[in-house]
Structures are given as structure tokens and as C-alpha cells.
Ligand binder design. Sequence first.
Ligand code: HEM
Length: 447
Amino acid sequence: MAASSTILRNPPGPRNAFLLGNIKPINDDPLRFTMQWARTFGDIVYFRLLNVPVFLLSNPAEIERVLITESRNFIKSRDYRGLRVIFGNGLLTSEGDFWMRQRRLAQPAFSHDRIQTYAGIMVSYAQRTLEQWRDGETRDIHHDMMTLTLEIVAKALFDADVSDDASLVRSSLNELLQNVEVGKLFFPILMKLPTLKNLRFRRAISRLDKVIYSVIAQRRKSGSGPDDLLSRMLQAQDIDGSRMTDQQLRDELITLFLAGHETTALALSWTWYLLAQHPEVEHKLHRELDTVLAGRAPVPADLFALRYTQFVINESMRLYPPAWGIGREAIRPCEIGGYPVPAGAQIWISEWITHRSSKYFSEPDQFRPERWENDFAKRLPRFAYFPFGGGPRLCIGQSFALLESVLLLATIAQRFRLTLIPGQQIVPWASLTLRPKNGIKVKLERL
Ligand code: HEM
């Protein structure tokens, strides 16, 4: 991306309204409009949000350069920075040396060996959930998956039992996400205006804070605890001997609580939705579970044999990537695909678009887990499929999430079949994550 003086045009893109640019379509329906623009204008699309230039990329080679090869030219995008009102300076939103130090501190909790030890928690919490399910009842599966994955991440990383707080966390999170809009994230000052939405937003954050601070206070009070991530964070010392303040701990905890449960819950919710519409896939999945597990609970060593189960998860995250987009900001002028990119420009990278491109996936809108057979992933360009991002900011929880999704899917699918309640409209909603707008109502059938 060496700067070139010969090229001065912008990439093609939609017409920009005089002052607002394309803020309205992006706020109204980002999935539809960005897809439409990528299909009309190609791999690099240019538009403005107010006066801020945005480059929308859906070409794996350019994505690789932004996320890996030339990642030093970029920081997280403006909308991520807007998210600091929720996450403060936690792992997802921090930058530079501070981020690096915190990432090193958290990394051991996500090592291969450590993650295997969380499998018992994952399976037993799933079994506990199933004990409350009744044959023939109707449930919102997104709601159930959110509760389950929240309880799991809290127990695994912080040895905290949040069962009593799960519904409070869920409702606060819903409140937060309903009141978060790209426009506001771009201009966080808008969140300070005394509107009803903003008031609700702040109330939701303080409810979440209460849960987090009580987890921290309990551990400080008990003085000791298991050798988990929270203990490591409490003990961590800077070179000057200072420790993390409660505010810093709060930022890391809320980040891991939210980033560590919502996304995995969505991967599973969309998987149930797809399975319910594809009986032939569901049948193959059950055949594999019967052969490999024959009714017993899954353990990490089964993962290798549960290949089709993994393909189902891969394919579901291809069609409905829980993190549907990744954003960066250029910190110095550079060039992308021959176009000049000014410092301050926003780079939007969309899993939603690239994962559905017919250049890399045949019949891209079809749910076909079989496509992952015969090492298909290895034959894809590196950033044609990237549900967990890539480069230095790769999702720290990738292995955690993959293990959890397979174990939960295997545990639940062995006991229940889920069918969609007819007449509901299931609409993907691009909030911070890709959520089913009105949940997913299913009828349970005990097997
Ligand atoms: C299916 C589940 C998941 C998906 C699809 C997912 C996706 C992602 C993506 C795309 C990023 C990169 C964002 C960027 O580059 O700007 C990310 C970062 C992150 N994820 Fe995940 N994630 C999942 C599960 C988890 C879990 C289980 C945890 C923790 C237990 C977690 C914690 C984080 C954190 C802390 C970061 C920021 C890492 C950093 O910048 O150092 N995620 N995730």
C-alpha cells in the first residue's frame, strides 16, 4: 500500500447525499445496502458517513493486508471507539502497548490445555438447561442460548455463578443493543444528549456494572480463589508495582462477559434455525452423534470424530456470521487496491458480504455443510471465510467458542429436536452482532 501520486480518484460507490452521505441507509439496513453496493460496485466500495470517508472491502487479498500485512497502518474504527461507552478500555476496544499487555495477561486462560478443562463446565451447564426443558413446549431458543453461554463464560473464566443475574444481563444487553446505532457510535457525543433512549442506555450499563462489580468484590473479599483469569488479573502488576484498578478490571470483565457469550449464543441460535429448515442435514447430524457418542456426553477428544457437527457450525457461521463486520481506521495515508486512502478513513470489512460471495462459495446462499468436506477450508483464500477475524486482533476466544459450540450442539441435539413455530418472521438484525430481531421460537420434541 505504498502511497502513489498518480491515482487520485475514489473507488466506485453509491451517490452520497450532500451533508449526510449514506448515514441513512447504513442506519436503516446496513446488511441490505452494503451487500447491494458490493454487488453493484465491486470489491472496494466508497461512500461517506457525514464527512467521514468509508472504504467497504470484500476482497480477501485486501482484507489480509489491512488485518495482517499492514495492520500497523490501522487502528480500530470509529464505531469501535464509540463502543468504549460500554466496554471502556477492555481488550476489544483498547490499543497499543496497553492492549498488548492486557492480551498477554489474558492469553493463558485461552491456551489449548486450559480450554479443554472448560469442557466439563460447558456440558454440565447444557445438561442443567435441558433439565428445565419439557417435551412439546415452545421456547425462544436465542434467549436460552444467551443464558446458557453467559453462565458458561462466567463460570469458566471467573468462577462466578451468574444464574440469578442472567435475565438481568440479558435484558440490559437487549436494551443496550436496541439503543446503539452506527450514527451514535460515530459521534458518541450524541449519546450524551438527555433523550429517553440515551437514559435507557445508561441505565442498562449501570445494571451490568452492578453485576460485574459484585463479581470483583466477592473475589476480593474471599481473598483467594481458583487459578482463573480473574485471579490473574487481580494479581497482575505493572513494572511500577501498580495493579489493575477496579475500573480496568470492570472493563476487561464486561468485555469478556459480553464478547464471550453473545457471539457463541448467536452461532448456536442460527444453527438451530438452519437445522430446523434442513431435515436432511439434521438427519446426518443425528447419525454422526449416534455413531460417535451413542447417547453419552461429548468430551473434547470426540471433536476429531464429530466432523460433520463441526461442518454444520462452520456453515452456519458462514451464512450468519455472529460478528458480521470488522472496522478499522487508517492512521496514515495509504493505498488500497490502487486507491488513495486518507488518514482517518474508515475501512469496513464485511464477513456478511464475503462469506456469501459466489467467487468462493458455490450456491452461496444455500446451507450445505458438506461443502466443508475434503479440506475445503484449506483451499479457500485466507480471508474468504473469517468469522473470528484475523491478525493481531484475532478473536482470543476462537478455540473456546468452537469447542463450546460443538459440545453444546452435540449435547442438546442428542436429547431434543427443535422445530420452528410457524408464522414467525425471523429477520437478521445487524446490531453490534448479527441477531435474530424477534428471537427464534421453537417447539421442543424430546428424543
Ligand atoms: C462464535 C463465537 C465468536 C465469534 C464469531 C467471535 C468473533 C470475533 C471477532 C470477529 C473478533 C475480532 C474483532 C476485530 O478484529 O476487530 C473478536 C475479538 C474478540 N473476541 Fe471473539 N468471537 C466469538 C467468541 C468469543 C469468546 C467465546 C470470547 C471470550 C471468551 C471472545 C472474546 C473476544 C475478545 C476479548 C476479542 C478482542 C480481542 C483483541 O482485540 O485482543 N470471543 N471476536
